[in-house]
Design a protein around this ligand. Sequence first.
Ligand code: KIV
Length: 299
Amino acid sequence: MSLTHFRTADHPALAPVTIQTLQDKKSQGRPISALTAYDYATARLVDEAGIDLILVGDSLAMVVMGYENTLPVTMEEMLLHTRAVRRAVKRAMVVADMPFGSYQVTTAEGVANAARFVKEAGAQAVKIEGGASRLDLVRRLSDAEIPVIAHLGLTPQSVHRMSGYRVQGKSVNAIQHLMKDALAMEAAGAFALVLEGIPTEVAQRITAALHIPAIGIGAGPHCDGQILVLHDLVNLSFSTPAKFVRRYADAGGLISDAVRRYREDVEGRQFPADAESYHLGKDALAALLQEEGVTRRKA
Ligand code: KIV
């Protein structure tokens, strides 16, 4: 391997985020920032804003494809979006979310599908949902050199089993279960956890018990980092936001206003203006007028 690749040594701020970067942030008590992105344009914006980790989340089934839940999105669709994100990102760690059905059937299939995200789409890691029943998969992924994030708590792919999207870990028994799963995932080789939809007090205890970073969504402020769905953050998700979402911008309003003004300009012949149009050069125009004069005289 050529050492000429290490151009970022002179610019540490631009150095690509690695597992070690995230681990260092946890040890130094510096919060990890994470967001979803699903396409080239938004992934570029997210990366250029300095976010540490970009998840190509299966939430794209809902916010990009308009499905009711995350279950229908396929491997091929997730690969396509991960490739688009990969092309845009220079610094952040790119993590691909494994879609429902791509790892639940057999461990071997899960490993093979995870390898596709790394090999065919350039992901640096994959994320899977679930606790104890995924331990073997997490071990096998680690053995196969595929970094893996385990997602615990409110796991949207279990929407039917959970009877809806409900906050998890509310009883002592459920909390003990979550803690056990989190520690087991760490021991099995997961390099980070996503904790979703659990009480702050529970997330705080799990985060403190782990050596690996815990990234929260709807899990309070004591996790090692936070993740949100980009479309929720900028009001592009056409739904009442969950309690844990903070809206930082109204991209929905901005885009619909721009589109409405464009339509009005087209209908009122205000678009395009002369400055937005191409013109023939002097000689070409003269030749055209002469040709048209000849044609008219002949007719
Ligand atoms: O699919 C997703 O967007 C997610 C998170 C927000 C954690 O899994």
